[in-house]
Design a protein around this ligand. Structure first.
Ligand code: PLP
Length: 244
């Protein structure tokens, strides 16, 4: 039985997107069902185009997956189009035991916008409050909260706003700030920090997708959230260092 469902966009290079999600879950020994929301035209340098998958397909497949399995964990990456966000919202409405990990994908590292404004508004106001965990990077946290993040204090201010927006837990990834990378986790009670040393590796893509997938994989295997974040962070450091 597959306990994890991934809903995300396809990156045909395998660097990021649903391909990176599936690969990461497999590294942790977790088999996943998956639904592709969009297919992109991209190479290792940039994204050129994006085509949305019809919502009829996504809805049909979602129903099929839940008629055969009842995944308890749903990892959501790139959604892209507002019709897809609306469909997902309608499908998850009555599945109360589902825990959602949302990586709120906004743009590729090369700057290509992977989500429409309407979809982003729905993600922010409707989907985010229903999540078990949301994992924005600095840019995404800025866009979700309206706070300009330049340092740890700004990160904490953004965290306080995100926590009030409704998700059970929030992880802000600090890797895009200068200095030692620090991620902050709000676990419903307090803010914990996770430090690592700065790894200077160029051209590593898909770290956001892989990090949230590793957390989901570990949670689905029974790890408590803090341990899942620690384990995923170790994996992502090894991945950036070229060891995984
Ligand atoms: N393509 C897809 C389908 C993605 O989901 C993502 C990121 O989530 C990207 C591209 C961008 O990856 P990167 O930030 O590594 O450029």
């Amino acid at each position: 039985m597959k306990n994890v469902l991934i809903i995300a966009g396809s990156d045909p290079t395998g660097g990021a997107g649903i391909q990176a999600d599936i690969e990461t879950m497999a590294i942790f020994g977790v088999k996943s069902a998956h639904i592709i929301t969009a297919v992109t035209v991209q190479d290792d340098n940039k994204v050129y185009d994006c085509y949305y998958i019809p919502v009829e397909y996504i809805g049909n497949l979602f129903d099929k997956i839940f008629s055969e399995n009842s995944p308890k964990w749903l990892k959501i990456g790139m959604i892209g189009h507002e019709s897809t966000v609306k469909l997902i919202l309608s499908k998850i409405k009555d599945i109360h035991e589902l825990k959602i990990i949302l990586d709120p994908v906004y743009a590729s590292s090369s700057g290509y916008n992977l989500v429409t404004k309407e979809a982003w508004d729905l993600i922010k106001h409707e989907l985010l409050p229903k999540c078990f965990l949301v994992t924005p990077n600095i840019t995404e946290a800025q866009l979700l909260t309206g706070i300009k993040i330049k340092n740890r204090n700004d990160m904490e201010s953004a965290m306080n706003i995100l926590a009030k927006m409704g998700p059970e837990n929030v992880l802000i990834k600090g890797g895009h700030l200068d200095g030692k990378p620090v991620d902050l986790l709000y676990n419903g009670k307090e803010i914990l920090s996770f430090e690592s040393k700065r790894l200077h590796q160029k051209d590593v893509r898909g770290t956001g997708c892989r990090f949230s997938s590793a957390i989901t994989a570990l949670l689905s295997k029974g790890s408590p959230l803090t341990e899942a974040v620690e384990g995923a962070k170790k994996y992502i450091c090894d991945y950036i260092a070229g060891k995984k």
